[in-house]
Every structure is written in structure tokens, then in C-alpha cells.
Design a protein around this ligand. Structure first.
Ligand SMILES: *Cc1c(COP(=O)(O)O)cnc(C)c1O
Length: 370
């Protein structure tokens, strides 16, 4: 397939025509770890599965096209992908990081900085470009942002941050897990690297753990390939196939997630038990605060359709409690200072009928102040 096709076409066709011998439409799952050679220096292009696997390559090439990058790399989890990016740096290098960042990213950066001479994270509100500029030092090497941020759903101006990054020769990394290339392509605005928890919308069915890096620039891509092969936290062939299968409907799913989230945000804003709704008006993720911290548990217990669970981006609606789930490793005072208070709930709006979702919220809200 050539690059000229629209993204929807690339998705619908992902993996087709990759096996000319059989004509398989769904790309085969190549479990073989080793690939035979005809002679010295005569590789088929595949040698050993950690280095390169035909099923994983289909996923990686599809992701590179979707994001407009030069290459993509698939890993066993989103965190494994982030760790690989961190491996490119060492103390005293610094990363400027969105203060409202995924809890697991915070935990890994914090641990590696303190224990393994890893890069030093410097947290700022990346929605404020001048705040970013004010913390740049000669050691700053990269800027890592999430947009919208998790769980407060604040957007940042990637274009302006990219300009700043260019000016100071910094790598701009965007965790685009929440929007996916269907709703936003950070590289179009100047990002050098995008990362994804493929576990979420990309695979989309709450049945595979996966991570992806898409990158621009030959030198960077070569280094990422070197570490992917060298360390080997690669995505398995079966999980690569599941992720390709999920990708095929990504465009449809994102439209529906977004449409329903817009309706749910509107609906939640009218409920007296809710003090505020945080939604960037893009994508399927939103957060809201109940009036009273003591209502959180009864509310979660009362839900019959929506599942109280820690993840997002699947077909099923999930509500997460960041205070005890995604963000519990952030010290409480710091977490609350960042706005992730004990009344905050995060909502991954699923693909169910939107009226059924609203009904479940109505009955759970009615019970929570009893
Ligand atoms: C889940 C998540 C991650 C981590 O990905 P895993 O696949 O769970 O390792 C990173 N960033 C964001 C925004 C996430 O939601």
C-alpha cells in the first residue's frame, strides 16, 4: 500500500496483501522466533523475532503511516515504550514533563531518576508555554507532554511548544494515547516523537497490553531500533495481531467515543450532585467531581452498566478513581495540589447506547447522596 491513501483506508486494509504466497487478507501471526538464511549475508529481512517479526512489522508500518512518522516501534506495554525513550538519556539530562501526567509515567521517571541515574523530570503546567521556557536549563534535553492531560483534560499548544523545542534543540515527545491519530496528529504540529499506550484506544477492546513509539528522523529511529532490539521488551506476535485487528475500526470507534462523550459531558453538567465536568470537547475521556468525597464509593457501587475499573479506551464504559488507582503513587498533598482531589472520577465513555449510559448515571447519582 502506498502513502496516498486516506487514514481510514490504511486502517481498513491494515495487513492485507502482506502474504503474497497465500493471499491472506488478515495478516498471519508469525510465531516463528527464527528465520532461515539461504547463505551468508542472504537474509529474508527476518532473522530473529526480537529484532524483527513479520506480524509486528505490519503494526509498526501502519502506525508510522497513521502518525506521519518515519518509523514506529511496538512494545509489550505503554510503559515499556516510555522506558525505551528514557534509555536515550542519562543524568544530568532533564525532561520537562506535564505536571498532570499519567501516574505510571510519574512513578517510572521518579524511580529511575532516584535509583538508576535516569533523566531528571521537571514538572510544569505545560498548558503554559512561558512556564515551560522558564524551566529550561543547559541540561534540558526533551519536553514530554500529554494532551489533553490525564485526568484533568487540559490541552496544551503543541505547535507553540514545538517552536520552543526547536529553538532550544529539545526533543518533543507527545503521549497521544487519549486522542489517537484519528483525532490529532502531533507530528503535523512539530512533535518529534509520539507514544501510545496501545492498550487503550489503539487496540480498543480491553484485551491486549501494548505500547507504541512513532518517531521522525533517521538517527533517532536508528537509536530506538537499537534499544528495541537490544532490550527486547517487544510486542508478541499474537498481541501485534490483536492490535492490528483493533486498529481496523479505530476511526469508527473514535468518532463514536467522542460523540457520546460530548453528550455525556453535557448531561453531567446538569446534574446537581456534580460540581464540575472536565472535558476538552475532544475524544472519549472526561472527568468530573462529585460534591462530596463520601459519595464516591456508593456511586461506584451503584453502577450497573459502567464498570469501576482502571483503564480506558475499550468498548466498555469505565469509571476510574484516580486517587486510589492511576494516581495513588503521587504523594497525597502533591496529588491534591495538582487538582486530582478525592472527589474526582475519570470516565472512559464506551460504545454502548448513550441513553443506556445516561440511565446508569442517573440511577447511581440518585443513590449516592442517600
Ligand atoms: C495507560 C497509559 C500509559 C501506560 O500504558 P500501559 O500500556 O498501561 O503500560 C501511558 N500513558 C497514558 C496516557 C496512559 O493512559
Amino acid at each position: 500500500m502506498t502513502q496516498e491513501y486516506a487514514l481510514d483506508t490504511i486502517l481498513a486494509q491494515a495487513g492485507n496483501r502482506t502474504d503474497p504466497r497465500t493471499g491472506a487478507v488478515s495478516t498471519p501471526i508469525f510465531l516463528s522466533t527464527a528465520y532461515g538464511h539461504h547463505g551468508i549475508g542472504e537474509s529474508t529481512g527476518f532473522d530473529y523475532t526480537r529484532t524483527k517479526n513479520p506480524t509486528r512489522v505490519v503494526l509498526e508500518e501502519t502506525m508510522a503511516k497513521l502518525d506521519g512518522g518515519d518509523a514506529a516501534f511496538a512494545f509489550a506495554s505503554g510503559m515499556a515504550a516510555i522506558q525505551v525513550l528514557m534509555t536515550l538519556f542519562k543524568a544530568p539530562d532533564e525532561w520537562i514533563v506535564s505536571s498532570d501526567v499519567y501516574g505510571g509515567t510519574y512513578r517510572l521517571l521518579d524511580f529511575c531518576h532516584k535509583n538508576t541515574h535516569g533523566v531528571k523530570p521537571v514538572y510544569v503546567n505545560t498548558a503554559d508555554v512561558s512556564a515551560i521556557e522558564s524551566v529550561i536549563t543547559p541540561n534540558t534535553k526533551a519536553i514530554f507532554v500529554e494532551t489533553p492531560s490525564n485526568p484533568l483534560m487540559e490541552e496544551c499548544d503543541v505547535k507553540a511548544i514545538a517552536k520552543l523545542a526547536k529553538k532550544h534543540n529539545l526533543l518533543l515527545i507527545v503521549d497521544n494515547t487519549f486522542l489517537t491519530p484519528m483525532l490529532y496528529r502531533p507530528m503535523d504540529d512539530g512533535a518529534d516523537v509520539t507514544i501510545y499506550s496501545g492498550t487503550k484506544y489503539i487496540a480498543g477492546h480491553n484485551d491486549v497490553l501494548a505500547g507504541l513509539i512513532v518517531a521522525k528522523g533517521q538517527e533517532l529511529c536508528e537509536r530506538l531500533f537499537y534499544i528495541q532490539n537490544g532490550a527486547g521488551a517487544v510486542l508478541s506476535p499474537f498481541d501485534s495481531w490483536l492490535t492490528i485487528r483493533g486498529l481496523k475500526t479505530l476511526s469508527l470507534r473514535m468518532k463514536r467515543h467522542q460523540q457520546s462523550a460530548q453528550q455525556i459531558a453535557e448531561f453531567l453538567r446538569q446534574q446537581p450532585q456534580i460540581t464540575d465536568v472536565l472535558y476538552s470537547n475532544k475524544g472519549g475521556m472526561l472527568s468530573f467531581r462529585l460534591q462530596d468525597e463520601n459519595w464516591v464509593n456508593p456511586f461506584l457501587k451503584a453502577m450497573k452498566l459502567i464498570t469501576f475499573a482502571e483503564s480506558l479506551g475499550g468498548t466498555e464504559s469505565f469509571i476510574t478513581y484516580p486517587a486510589t488507582q492511576t494516581h495513588m503513587d503521587i504523594p497525597e498533598a502533591e496529588r491534591i495540589a495538582r487538582g486530582v482531589c478525592n472527589r474526582l472520577l475519570r470516565f472512559s465513555v464506551g460504545l454502548e447506547d448513550v441513553e443506556d449510559i445516561k440511565q446508569d448515571l442517573v440511577q447511581a447519582l440518585a443513590l449516592c447522596d442517600k
